[in-house]
Design a protein around this ligand. Structure first.
Ligand SMILES: Nc1ncnc2c1ncn2[C@@H]1O[C@H](COP(=O)(O)OP(=O)(O)OP(=O)(O)O)[C@@H](O)[C@H]1O
Ligand SMILES: [K+]
Ligand SMILES: [Mg+2]
Length: 725
């Protein structure tokens, strides 16, 4: 059932005009307060142990609480309070990061209204509307493989693929984009999402979701961070942080005999709040430990990961795994398919070119006949052009007796029809498709494609068009080519600039297409990709990805078709277009709701930003801890070894105030860095080594200088607290 291909099809790639939830540089204090209950809940050791650094701080806080109760002092209680605050601040970072997805989850839940579906019983493709029965079932009861009909004004009851018809659909419930999109059977724009609304026409949809596993369900879980798992990189960093924690634990423990020995050796030295004849007090030991272990990055690590995912959601990209986001940051090669990705994708027939001895009308007639059951946009456009230019009637496929339609496949790269006339005349077979495929078919049936066909094919290819050769084989004769159909497709605007940007980021772009090498070259040149692969079958795409992945290189791929699915699954970053087929969406590890293939540039940027932010804050955290070491130790021991006084460059008020200041600074720096962790370090295209050295300087040096200033300022303030010596 062809509904005509003349409908205006919106251009994929219009960026979503989502509400700006990013916020400015500063953290809204209200956000902190709102997330406080969640942060307190996260104090539960059963959840906190997953974060080894903060878990140690919590154990330390429990320990100093016991000590402060047993032997109360202003100092002991002040330290205890600030240790607990350290853990709460860390939890707060994570809770705030998670909280940002909550509003969106609530909006998505609203889209999950329970509709009633009209299920078709005994339906087969091409069946007339009165040949099957319908029944009403509640949407949640739909099973995988059920077929439903959805008409204008109705909500689509579940995720699926359009198997018949074409409709405009309002997907704003999931994309936030109010412009309607076209969903149609046959092509690469067949997937529909439950909860979206059909605005016009009528479509038959085959349900592809299992009950309770809808796209919206998964989206909700995703934006809420419900099933977020640590990525391998995060786990590795956590192990490193845990190892550092153990090293510092040992360092602090060995400090004790040193302190006892020193105190005995320098018998004349007075007791201080930090060191007595019994050695360093428990409270001070814990404080030292907490200051030295990498609490800053330990507190912010998880928030950085969640924020990275969230930044993608804000760009209308759903990443199914954190690992994919990280991989995006390290991508070396980007593979894009041609039709619908680099070009607009509504390849339309524009001309029927006959070979000598054949009329254009004859080519049109054969082309139309062979396309009657062709549900691809190309096939439909051929039927429409033949009708408009030659007045050929649209023929219902069911009305032609003894016709067997041969559907298009990416492997054969042709489609057509086999006709057996009723009057027992010779059988006729018509094929149309990629030049190489059809010419091979002609030769296999005794024919010889003329040179003229080759010239026409080259001419169309040379200007970036897709030539479809039309051929016929009548029983008892040799096959012959009738002519060529010119399919026109347009390269999307702004592609060259985007690919230039990719090149600056160090990413190689490769276009892959099932089209012939000439067309491929013309489009590749116009779009400005680095390389291309033509006449690619799905297997070729997969093989290319595997080859690119050799030696540990990471490959990203965008695609929308079922024939892209194997490649999407193999790619390290597989971005499926939301408009694509369900198979493509299942295979990839990201879905772009805007169906904009150049979105990969932003995805790569966000991935890089995530990696850079994590690296920068790790550098800052470790530099920070080293600085604290030099702030506290001289202050502690200066009373015992007056000669150490030369090292005591910070001139802190007393050992006690030095330690308390360091603990307070250690806690406050977490809060101060939450906005940076959530927003991410700024990223501009540059080589990886340049970025690395720049960040080492900035965050390494900053990490050393900032605590000196911060601790000094806090020390100046707290010396006035009564009870602090
Ligand atoms: N409906 C059709 N009937 C016959 N031949 C077709 C049809 N659609 C496309 N073709 C031919 O088959 C070739 C391969 O199609 P395929 O969909 O695999 O790749 P493509 O659309 O050209 O490129 P891409 O991989 O970028 O989508 C096309 O280049 C075209 O020559
Ligand atoms: K620390
Ligand atoms: Mg295609």
């Amino acid at each position: 059932m062809t509904s005509g291909g003349t409908s205006e099809q919106p251009v994929a790639g219009t960026p979503a005009t989502h509400g700006n939830r990013v916020g400015g540089g500063l953290l809204d204090p209200k956000q902190l307060i709102r997330s406080l209950p969640d942060a307190l809940r996260k104090l539960d050791p059963r959840t906190l142990w997953r974060n080894p650094v903060m878990f140690i701080v919590e154990i330390g806080a429990v320990f100093t609480t016991v000590l402060a109760v047993a032997d109360p002092s202003v100092f002991a209680w002040a330290i205890t309070v600030w240790l607990w605050l350290t853990v709460v601040f860390a939890n707060l970072a994570e809770a705030v990061a998670e909280g940002r997805g909550k509003a969106q989850a609530a909006a998505l839940r609203k889209a999950k209204t329970d509709t009633v579906a009209t299920r078709l019983v005994g339906w087969t493709p091409g069946m007339a509307p009165n040949a099957y029965r319908t029944e009403d079932v509640p949407a949640p009861q739909l099973k995988l493989g059920d077929v439903v009909v959805v008409e204008a004004g109705q909500i689509i009851p579940g995720d699926g693929d359009v198997v018949e018809g074409i409709a405009s659909v309002d997907e704003s419930a999931i994309t936030g984009e109010s412009a309607p999109v076209i969903r149609e059977s046959g092509g690469d724009r067949s997937a529909v999402t439950g909860g979206t609304k059909v605005l016009s026409d009528r479509i038959i949809v085959k349900i592809t979701q299992k009950p309770g596993e809808s796209f919206i369900d998964r989206m909700i879980a995703l934006v809420e961070g419900a099933n977020r798992q640590k990525t391998p990189n995060e786990i590795a960093l956590n192990i490193l942080l845990a190892a550092l924690t153990i090293i510092f634990l040992l360092a602090v423990v060995t400090l004790q005999p040193l302190a006892i020995f020193s105190k005995g050796y320098q018998a004349a030295a007075p007791d201080t709040g930090a060191i007595t004849d019994a050695g360093v007090t428990g409270v001070v030991l814990v404080s030292l430990l907490v200051c030295l272990i990498p609490t800053t990055i330990g507190a912010l690590l998880s928030a950085i990961g969640i924020a990275g995912m969230d930044r993608l959601v804000q760009r209308n990209v759903l990443a199914m795994s954190g690992r994919a986001v990280e991989a995006a940051g390290d991508v070396n090669t980007l593979l894009l398919d041609k039709t619908g990705t680099i070009t607009l994708g509504n390849r339309q027939a524009s001309e029927f070119l006959p070979v000598e001895g054949v009329t254009a009308s004859e080519v049109a007639d054969a082309a139309q006949l062979s396309s009657l059951a062709d549900e691809t946009p190309e096939g439909r456009s051929i039927v429409v052009l033949a009708k408009n230019e030659f007045g050929l009637r649209e023929r219902e496929p069911g009305l032609i007796p003894h016709a067997t339609f041969v559907p298009f496949s990416a492997q054969t790269r042709m489609s057509g029809v086999d006709l057996t006339p009723e009057d027992a005349g010779p059988a006729q077979r018509i094929r149309k498709g990629a030049a190489a495929a059809v010419m091979k078919w002609v030769r296999e049936h005794g024919g010889h494609p003329t040179e003229q066909v080759g010239q026409m094919v080259d001419e169309i290819s040379g200007i970036g068009g897709t030539p479809l050769v039309v051929a016929e084989h009548i029983e008892g004769q040799v096959a012959r080519t009738l002519g060529v159909i010119h399919l026109k497709d347009i390269v999307k605007t702004g592609m060259k600039e985007r690919f230039d940007e990719m090149r600056r980021m160090g990413i190689r772009t490769v276009m892959i297409t099932g089209d012939n090498p000439r067309t491929a070259r013309a489009i590749a040149d116009e779009a400005g990709v680095d390389d291309f692969l033509a006449e690619a079958t799905p297997e070729d795409k997969l093989a290319l990805i595997k080859k690119e992945q050799e030696g540990g290189r990471l490959v990203a791929m965008t695609g929308d078709g079922t024939n892209d699915a194997p490649a999407l699954a193999q790619a390290d970053v597989g971005v499926a277009m939301n408009t694509g087929t369900s198979a493509a969406k299942e295979a990839g590890n990201m879905v772009d709701l805007d169906s904009d293939p150049t979105k990969l540039i932003e995805i790569v940027e966000i991935g890089k930003q995530l990696l850079i932010t994590r690296g920068a804050l790790t550098t800052f955290s470790i530099a920070n801890d080293i600085a604290k070491y030099f702030a506290i130790i001289p202050a502690m021991f200066a009373g015992i070894y007056p000669s150490l006084d030369a090292l005591n460059i910070m001139r802190l008020h007393s050992p006690e105030s030095a330690i308390l200041s360091a603990v307070i600074f250690n806690a406050l720096i977490i809060i101060a860095l939450i906005p940076l962790a959530l927003r991410g370090v700024r990223y501009r295209p540059a080589s990886a080594s340049k970025l690395l050295s720049r960040n080492l300087w900035l965050y390494g040096l900053g990490g050393i200088v900032v605590p000196f200033i911060g601790i000094k300022l806090i020390d100046l303030l707290i010396q006035f607290i009564p009870g602090i010596s």
